[in-house]
Design a protein around this ligand. Structure first.
Ligand code: FE2
Ligand code: FE2
Length: 503
């Protein structure tokens, strides 16, 4: 977007070597574990799926067939999501996302097989309802809702297509089943835009049910005539209706295993009963108050450009948790006390202030706040300069005992719109707080100055904010700050006003 003065900072590792190794180690273990689980599942079910190969390979099938089928399916998913990830801007999947989607697609495949086998053995349906009709119960809408809730709409569409093809294999690849799965998966994902609570999730399922029911009836009529229309409609409706509860059951597991944070989880994290937030409130009340205002500003900024307002508000609440335990070193907690930095060297002050970013990200990961919040904490100052101590350090820089680069935050720079909005809201709140009884014009100038400085310093180079977005975010922040920061009308002292005060 603009010329970066600090572009060379991109290559620095985002974490220390050890945490990065730990993360990849966990991912590798998870990948191998998943592959082993699916090889075992194919081992148990392989003969039913590939009866011909059993004859050809004889007793070798359980070993060779299970592993080769796992490889073939994984290869298909790798090509599918890999291609999309390279070519579709919003589908840049990390290794974790890829593993999550592959596991979900394969799980759905076995869930489809289990549902059909279970119904075939139920006395009510045995012989009365053909296997192909049972395919209308394959729970793809629930899985598509989970993908959209945890990732994004583009990925949910890609997942729906891949999972439809795979799951249709459970009913011998019938066209009616594949078309139904494409339809109901898309319908579920389309209705799962923002889901901040459980009731909304259940409502999404209920809204999907009629589409699934009509789709099932129409496809049954088109492909096989009118023999099983009632069952097709009932199965389709049930499939849609239970997608909400199934998604609610899958979400916490996916969040725990893969480190995702859904909007429902974010709403839970917004409660001050969370141990980390209550520590922030009690031990660093000034920082807590600052975080609440940053959250309000960031939420307004996100709403102005269609970013995620819940993520902005909640991540802003936690963005400075790294200050816990060092409250006195940060100006918002120094009310009535002297400035402790007056007695410290600029180098020591710098070390304490910069450490709150890494410490905050560490605490967020330790408390399992999810990667989205931990990454925003890491990015909320980008690689910007620590302006308040730079002036004090100028003699040291002149004597070559320090450099300007030493007074930059470790970064990385904001990589998402939400992280960038929080960076701007954070700086704007701090800048306006330092003004004494600011007018609306002064607030506007301060916010504009903050945005211009971040832009010219290259801090917004790695995120998807357009100039139009920046303008809209700035205007939203200005409006909220003007409303919050306007000068109050002085209350008359009790009993001394014209009306004698309020009694
Ligand atoms: Fe901070
Ligand atoms: Fe802050």
């Amino acid at each position: 977007m603009n010329v970066s003065r600090n572009g060379n900072r991109d290559n620095r590792p985002r974490n220390g070597g050890a945490p990065l190794r730990d993360r990849y180690g966990r991912l590798l273990a998870l990948s191998l574990g998943s592959a082993a689980v699916f090889a075992v599942l194919f081992y148990l079910r392989g003969r039913e799926l590939m009866p011909h190969s059993a004859g050809r390979w004889g007793e070798l099938f359980p070993f060779v067939g299970a592993v080769s089928l796992t490889l073939a399916v994984t290869l298909f998913l790798t090509e599918w999501f890999g291609f999309a990830g390279r070519e579709v801007r919003k589908v840049r999947l990390a290794a974790r996302d890829f593993l999550f989607l592959c596991s979900l697609a394969l799980l759905l495949f076995f869930a489809a097989k289990a549902v059909i086998d279970l119904l075939a053995e139920t006395p009510t349906f045995r012989g009365a309802v053909p296997t192909r009709v049972c395919a209308y119960l394959i729970p793809l809408p629930a899985f598509a809702i989970v993908v959209r809730t945890l990732l994004n709409s583009e990925t949910a569409i890609l997942f729906t297509v891949a999972a439809s093809v795979l799951s249709a294999a459970a009913v011998s690849g019938r066209w009616s089943a594949m078309l139904f799965l494409l339809l109901c998966g898309t319908a579920g994902a389309a209705r799962a835009r923002r889901i901040p609570d459980r009731y909304r999730m259940l409502r999404v399922g209920l809204q999907t049910a009629p589409v699934c029911a009509f789709g099932a009836v129409a496809l049954e009529l088109a492909f096989y005539g009118g023999g099983n229309l009632l069952w097709a409609g009932i199965f389709g409706a049930v499939n849609g209706a239970i997608s909400g509860p199934i998604a609610l059951a899958v979400l916490p597991v996916a969040e725990y295993v893969f480190g995702y944070t859904s909007d429902i989880r974010l709403m839970e994290l917004a409660s001050t009963s969370h141990p980390l937030l209550s520590r922030l409130m009690l031990e660093t009340p000034g920082t807590f108050h600052h975080s609440v205002i940053v959250g309000t500003l960031a939420e307004a900024g996100a709403l102005a450009i269609g970013a995620n307002p819940v993520l902005c508000r909640v991540a802003a609440l936690y963005h400075d948790v790294g200050k816990i335990g060092k409250a006195q070193y940060f100006s918002e907690n120094q009310a009535g006390l002297g400035n402790v930095h007056d007695t410290l060297t600029p180098g020591l002050s710098r070390t304490v202030i910069l450490s709150h970013v890494k410490e905050g990200a560490r605490m967020a990961r330790e408390c399992r706040l999810g990667d989205r919040i931990a990454e925003i904490i890491e990015q909320h100052h980008g690689t910007s300069l620590l302006y308040c101590f730079l002036d004090k350090a100028i003699p040291l820089i002149r004597d070559r005992k320090a450099s300007e680069e030493m007074f930059r935050y470790p970064g990385p720079r904001p990589k998402t719109r939400e992280a960038a909005i929080i960076m701007l809201a954070d700086s704007a709140e701090a800048a306006v707080r330092s003004l004494r009884n600011p007018t609306a014009r002064e607030i506007d100038d301060a916010v504009t100055g903050i945005i211009n400085r971040a832009y010219l310093d290259g801090q917004l180079n790695d995120c998807d904010l357009t100039l139009r977005d920046l303008h809209a975010v700035g205007r939203a922040i200005q409006q909220v700050l003007s409303a919050v920061g306007h000068s109050r009308v002085d209350y008359p002292a009790s009993g001394k006003g014209e009306a004698g005060g309020i009694r």
